[in-house]
Design a protein around this ligand. Sequence first.
Ligand code: GLC
Length: 598
Amino acid sequence: MAIASTIRPCCSHLLISQIIPKYPYHFSKSQKCPHRYEVVAQAASTAPAPHPTFDPVGTGSATPPHILLHGLKPLVFTPLLPFPEKIRNVDPVRHEPIPRTESVAEREAWKLLNQSVVNYCGKPVGTVAVADAGAFKGELLNYDQVFIRDFVPSALAFLLKGETEIVRNFLLHTLQLQSWEKTVDCYSPGQGLMPASFKVRTAPIDGNADAEEEVLDPDFGESAIGRVAPVDSGLWWIILLRAYGKITGDFSLLERVDVQTGIKLILNLCLSDGFDMFPTLLVTDGSCMIDRRMGIHGHPLEIQSLFYSALRCAKEMLTFNEGSANLIRAIKNRLSALSFHVREYYWVDLQKLNEIYRYKTEEYSQNATNKFNIYPEQIPTWLVDWIPDRGGYLIGNVQPAHMDFRFFSLGNLWAIVSSLTTPKQAEGILSLIEEKWDDLIGTMPLKISYPALESDEWRIITGSDPKNTPWSYHNGGSWPTLLWQFTLACIKMGRPDLAQRAISTAEKRLLDDNWPEYYDTPTGRFVGKQSRLYQTWTVAGFLTSKLLLEKPELASILTFEEDLELLEGCACRLSRNGRTRCSRQAARSQLLGTVPRP
Ligand code: GLC
């Protein structure tokens, strides 16, 4: 396995020329992307605007944003500060704010989160995956690294608390890593790829055996188990960038040429033309939070939800100019097509299941009802009893002759958060979670996937993976980090009570069990077989959930409402004469829950 060296020298402060790798040291001779050097020159000649003041304590002096980022219509930036607990927690007799006291679990969690901070050249740049590595007796593997997806809840906890520097540093340093040379057996993946994780190492300075410096060492999947590229990393990076911009008002960061270029590179990778017939992203197994073989290759819901969310973020953040006009148009088209596709083909409830059950197959025509030639026998027996009368969910995957009917929490929750679903579907998902509380929340929120693959299915689909045995790890295990995504979805849908209930179930147990990575068994009763303890995103997910419940209006840094402009886009359906044409009516009807007339 030939793996290119990925070590880069330390930088004590971020100069624009250091954000973009320098030729020829970091690029091979054949390295592409000369435009990035032009971009650097351009950027270097423009002094960055001073950052607006961020005002976490709520004195109300946050500077309003000074630019229009997306160029189409002004980003409506509602100052999110001062924080609202002052308004809510008021002593009814004295009419004074009641200072909130942190619970024992919260105090412990903040201690652990702060311990997990990783510094690079003296500045905080992220949090390590396992906060107390010493507590784990087995092999640590790559749990001593900063994972992009794991850092998101940490970043949110810090942002919601008013600590922004670590998030800013993280965003800029991971941007640096984006253009790394990365090769597996002479093959290089696309240039916009963001690493799954990185590590800070010390290395001897070139030509000086006695001196050492800190370097960042990323892993794009070339060292990861299975060698899978982390498709979700770039999407999370974009989502976090918007959250950072919205809460701090630091739009000058979003406006920087290198940041804009970073967004474009990620999107170019996702929007490039291929052989695909669907607007969903085609990826390999294990390219997201579920990073081992679990039969989610193809068009897994998790990636589609994050993709949709990242596209919506990018649409807001890209500066509008001649160079970005085509990309913005492509983003809008993809958003329309993607939401139509997912709302229409991934959604199941009792009625839809009954339709699938009665599907005709082998329909060769443009106006087939069963477009993907799904054989009704695919409906699993567990689902027939499990699907409630009320509510429904988005299934795990849809492709030719294949529907993966498993329930995947992250994809469903993030579809609510980003408005990938219709409002009615979003309500339906929360209803289903409420109805199926014992299965999906049980004694520890939240099931990553439901139900588990067992027997032959486990053997064939996971490749007999001993870590993903039934009701363990990714295969029906319970992951407390998902609490924050659940809280976010509940707040968006006006159901904070559900989130509160889940947090109460988790709080004491997480503290007593030392913040495990995951739990096993159908209701999450055991700490996971190979679970790490003091897992940072468990800690951070808990804190972020608490903070979001306390300041629910800040959820808007991550959520999106239905975009009516997108419904005017071209959702294709079949007309009576059998020709494909664009229909605004079909997309609108999904929203209104009516059946479109042909
Ligand atoms: C496991 C998880 C992955 C996570 C990593 C670090 O590999 O599957 O989602 O990012 O651990 O916590």
